[in-house]
Design a protein around this ligand. Sequence first.
Ligand code: SF4
Length: 739
Amino acid sequence: MGKRISRRNFLKVSGGVAGAVVATSAVAGAQPFPPGWKGDTRTELIPTNCEMCFWRCGVLAEVNDGKLLKLQGNPAHPLTKGKLCARGNAGIALLNDPDRLKFPQIRTGERGEGKFKRVSWEEALDFLAARLKVLKQKYGPESVAVFPHGVHSGFFSTLMKAYGTPNSAEPAFAQCRGPRDVGYQLTFGRPVNSPEPVDLEESKCIVLIGSHIGENVFTSQVTAFAEGLAKGAKLIVVDPRRSTAAAKADWWLPIKPGTDTALLLAWMNVLITEKLCDAAYLDKYATGFKEVAADVKSYTPEWAEPITEISAAQIRETAHAMAEAKPAVAIHPGRHVTWYGNDTQRARAMAILTALVGAYGRKGGIFLPTKLAQGRIPLPPMPESEKGRADRIGNAYPLASEEAHGLTQGLIETTRTANPYPIKGWVVYGQNVLESIPTRAQTLEAIKKLDFMAVVDVLPMEQTRYADLVLPEATYLERYDPPAIVSTSKRPFVSVRQPAVEPMYESKPGWWIAKQAAKRLGLDEYFPWTDPDDHLRRLIAPLNIKESELKSLGAVSFDGKPYIDDRSEADGPLFPTQSGKIELLSSVLADLKLDAIPKYEPTPEPPAGYFRLIYGRAPVHSFSRSENNAWLDDLMSKNPVWLCTDAAKQAGLVDGQKVILENQDGVKSPVITLKVTPAMRKDVAYTVHGFGPQAPQLKKAYQHGFSDTALMTRIAIDPLMGATGMRVNFVRVLAAERG
Ligand code: SF4
């Protein structure tokens, strides 16, 4: 029996630090990039990390005389191996975006009116510090909430923790990956994390449940997916829409939305009743098999057929395909998984299925992370909050992470209601609170209650109109960010973001802004490093590599131990759960008197005449972050709404027609274009997320397409960890002239 882990410790490790540090050594061989020539001009190749999305591909920035000429993939990068996607190439258009925030500004008009005056950095930082001091004095430090986003947001998180507020939340948890990470943590003892450790290139059977790889592009993931298919992997895609991946599938299962857990339980039923599981693996590594077998006995394919609208024969056939390929079965845990409000239990079902075919920690399944030692910069203790966090009223959501992320909508609700105490200030760093969080009417209501709102960003996103203070951050091509120390790669690695060019206009890097603010708030001691070089040196110290080596290569990789067979006892527990085993029956959930084995719960269905609104991604955009990018706008400037041919015909609508969407609460979209396709179920309407910002200052993106978030006036909250299920909104499609 392994060491007992309390709920509190479960929550701590769910922040991503589970597992022992495995001794590794740097992989030798890569050479620094030599300067080159463009015509008769000498150019430099500066390695850095992309930030057009959060995959952090390795980039070489070609620079001449301080001017960025081109971006290309860094062949020495261990994960992305020289590949950039369209967005990665278009980073140059972000750098040169004429709409960029260029200097600090203080609001002069009404909130939302968009009237500001230009101020100096001195004045802006003094203003920030003065307003934060007043709020602390008047209401306590907890009265300021911070909304950071991205791997580089650590400097602001440190600043605000040192200021004394525990109230910090990123959409990455409650609007994206949280249920998945909690579900896998409960089962295997560690979250999935990012990049997802799915062994696609070695898999013999790939299972995608709502993951639309190819439209959702992360370069190394797409490459591994293509490699796996080229080597003959079978592909099962579960999606109401025939996505690009579904078009390549051996089985496309157009599931009725909201019924995925029923399918997963039926798959388990087939594997268990037909004795197709990896019995030796389960005997050795898992607990709770008997209980799961008893529980899923009644969940036959025939039971699931009318629920999922997938035939029992297909359910059996696909379960057999997984069994034949075991243990090389890559059931992708997904990324954006906040769908119906019961998402953690769906993730649990996916994790259990993975275990039944023996695929966790095995070649072709989900591989194990190899932790790298990371340097720590000693800081004074952070102040303890007297009032505690405000984002989970009455201790709701027992598995919400305490260490990381927090619940965005919880902070918005507290700001709106002053319950359990007033929140009067927001510091928003690189996060789009109006587009990434649903129920925007409540967000706007909350913003109106604020005494002070500061926004740090590169572009004038919609929320900057509501800010009291706007601080222009340098783009990722102009700044240093902390090194990425990545364990969820078969060969773990460290990579660095360093400036390729000087910041344009009066923009400043985030580290500089946070350090300067700390100085004015008397919090200098929390920023004890002198400059980025010093910061980098300290963080990579335990890796035994030179700062100059990392800066000249961009990334350095180490030996990994991705599979169970690579590990010895010295590498720490394989499954850091309470029992030390894979928990098919979750002891944490049992202790909490919650469903320790997942159950199927129906989700409300659209009323007659309405479609369920579902959404996804396009390969050339990263949500609202890239809509204003001139190169990407050229490739895709709008998001039509998709309907299936039969449904459109029934409604008397045709392809290319102008329509308006109206949701169940009467909220309408602007006039948009209808795309009619046979490649969908008839009960869903689909669009690409992230378009339609209400921000005239974004001259390319403004009034391009529509915001699906604006139609999400209803959410279903996951009772385990507080995520906001967003696929619970219904729309009807009206001809524009009748709208
Ligand atoms: S996937 Fe594309 S946008 Fe994302 S980091 Fe890689 S190159 Fe950049």
